[in-house]
Design a protein around this ligand. Sequence first.
Ligand code: FAD
Ligand code: UDP
Length: 363
Amino acid sequence: MYDFLIVGAGFSGCVLAQQIASILNKRVLLIDKRNHIAGNAYDYYNEAGILVHKYGPHIFHTNSQKVFNYLSRFTEWIYYQHKVLASVDGKKVPIPINLNTINELYGLRLSEREMQDFYQSIRVPFDKITNSEEVVVNKVGYDLYEKFFKHYTKKQWNLWPSELQPSVCARIPVRTNRDDRYFTDKYQVMPKYGYAEMFKKMIRHSNIHLMLQTDYKDIAPTIPHGKVIYTGPIDSFFDYKFGKLPYRSLEFEFVTLDKERFQETAQVNYPNEYDYTRIAEFKYITGQNHPKTTIAFEFPTDSGDPYYPIPKNENIELYKKYKEEADKMTNVWFLGRLGTYQYYNMDQVVAQALAFFENKLNK
Ligand code: FAD
Ligand code: UDP
């Protein structure tokens, strides 16, 4: 008899398994239908011996000291600050848009002080921001919106920014200085030995029993268990009774090249060309030295594993119906990016799991 059945061995499931096993001293059955732990953060050494992220580049960044301290119990870190270029008008310029981006793109020599006025002169203000197009246009106007956001977003989501909630494009700030880092969080680090190693340490406990290649629907009726924590897609738990929640997926094409470096930075975005959105080069991110290099192209698609909840008003309405059903259940809780249908980063998912443990399970 297990006290808890935890569905999904990603960040949400593993953080909770670790907390329940070690603090509550309860027995946990942790399952995942995949053949590995770490969920979408899973990494491994490929045939060439290069550390790659199976589900696309995962860069850890957080402002939460609590999340950072918690994960630091299971890994050492290397410092890494992510930098991204966007291929626009035949040039590769920094994104988020900053002073260098504007000067390089338009052949200007603006100073930091002049940038504020420059944005002021091109922005198209909105009283009320209702979608992702307005978020961008309100800051930088239509030309930069079209060059950097409009077509990237269409490729990534198969929706125009005007069809997505403001939060999607609001993830990307606009800067007046020359800071060309993708993130400005206080903690920007990568697990020194990779994510999978960190997860292994997290769930190494005699109270945790791990079963891989195990689907919840197959196992739930056969193994006696108490409470359930479900971190898979919430609609799948309820057999899609209100209809399917849309998720966006990606296909990754990995290519290993017989040279040390392929591109000038870890990630290059292609808003307006090609069917892929971006190319990542893993060695920049992991800090690995190797005579070869592996890159990954990301092709957005509707079919395949559910990677991204789609922040669109009607989807959120549908999610609310599932959430109401979930709230009626006394012994099942839903967490994580798929369980709560939230476009969360890794640190947000860890914070959610830790808060859930403290507020609900360890009162
Ligand atoms: P998941 O990692 O998705 O884990 C859920 C697990 O549940 C999966 O392993 C799945 O197999 C399992 N499961 C589902 N249904 C069942 C079932 N019926 N039975 C058994 N098991 C089941 N975040 C960042 O902070 N930085 C980044 O750079 C970053 N890059 C990303 C890039 C991509 C391409 C993607 C898709 C996401 C990225 N993220 C990034 C987000 C990050 O992946 C998530 O925040 C995090 O992995 C979510 O953890 P989770 O535990 O909620 O879900
Ligand atoms: N985005 C864009 N152009 C870019 C980068 C991002 O239009 O060069 C938009 C796009 O809609 C994307 C969203 O901003 O989906 C969030 O970008 P982020 O890099 O955070 O996406 P993720 O890493 O989660 O895929």
